[in-house]
Design a protein around this ligand. Sequence first.
Ligand code: UFG
Length: 317
Amino acid sequence: MKVLVTGGAGYIGSTATSILLDRGYGVTVLDDCSTGHAESVDARATFINGSILDAATVRKALAGVEAVLHFTAKSLVGESVTKPEIYWNTNVNGSRILLEEMRTLGVKRLVFSSTAATYGEPKEIPITENSQTKPTNPYGASKLAVDYMITSEAVAHGLAAISLRYFNVAGAHKSARGWLTEKHDPETHLIPNILRASAEKPLKIFGTDWPTADGTCIRDYIHVVDLIDAHIAALDAAQPGTHEIINLGSGGGYSVKEVIAAAQSSVGHAIPADIAPRRAGDPAVLIADISKAKSILKWEPTRDIQAMVSDTWESFH
Ligand code: UFG
C-alpha cells in the first residue's frame, strides 16, 4: 500500500516514514520544511517539498496513494496564542484542502494527528475519548475543529478515518540511516530540555507548587516508536463512513521530577535545574485512558520512560 505522510520531515512524521518503509509500504512525503528538516526524510520515500496549503501540490502528492497519515501542523501552544491565524490556516485550512483533494481523487483512508490539547483542563483523570473537549488555546481548538471536519467527511462521503489524540510524545527512533529525533527550534519539550541542561543554562522546572505528590506537573509520556506502531494499526482499523477518536499515551503519568530522575540515571550526572514560575496554560495532571486504543487497535505501548530518555540521549550524541 502506498501512503502519503504529510509533515514527513518533522520529528514524528519522519519516524513514521522510516518505519512504514521498513514494513514494506510505499511512502510519499509532503512537507514544506518550515519546521521540518529535508535531511530527516528517508531517501526511499518520494519527497515533495511543498505546502499543504497549495491544492495542486497536494493533488500531486496524492498520486497513487491509498491512505494518508496527516501530521502537518503548527504545534506550539504559546505561539498559537500570539499568532492564532497561522494555526487556523495551516492546521484547519491545510486539512480542509487535504480532505477536498482526497475526496476528488477517491483516497478514502485517513489517520490524523490530534492532541490531548483538545480536552483542555481535564475534569477527570484518566482522560477518556468521551471527556469534555474544551481547549484552552488556539492550537488545541484548531485540532478539535479538524476532528469535527473529519467526522462530517466520514459521514457524508464515506471516509475511513481515525484521529489519534497524542499525549506527550518522546524518545527517538534509530533508523538504518541514523537517529530520527526532536530538532525543534525553539525547543519547549521537557525531555530535550532536561538533556541539554548545563550549569550555564539550567533546566527551568515550571512550578513546584502544583497539587501533585511532589509538587511538579504530571504528564503521560509515549515513545514515538510505540506511537507510530499505533498509526500503522490505525491504517488497518479505519472503517468506511466512520471516524474514531482514540487517545494515545501510556496510560500512566510521570512528574517533572520523576522524568529528571530517569534522565539522571541515563546521563550519569545530576541535571542542573532551577525552580521557575508556573508556565501559563499548563494543567497539573494529564493522563490518558488508553483502553480504546488497546481494544480497537489491538495495540499496547512497550517502551517505558527510561527508554524514552535514554533513546533521546543517544540520539543527541
Ligand atoms: N516543563 C518544564 N520545563 C521545561 C519544559 C517543560 O518544567 O523546560 C514541564 C511543563 O511545565 C510540563 C511538562 O514539563 O509540566 C511537560 O511539558 P512539555 O512542554 O514537554 O509538554 P506539554 O505537556 O506542555 O505539551 C504536550 C505537547 C503539546 C500539547 C500538550 C497538551 O507537546 O503539543 O502536550 O496535550 F499541546
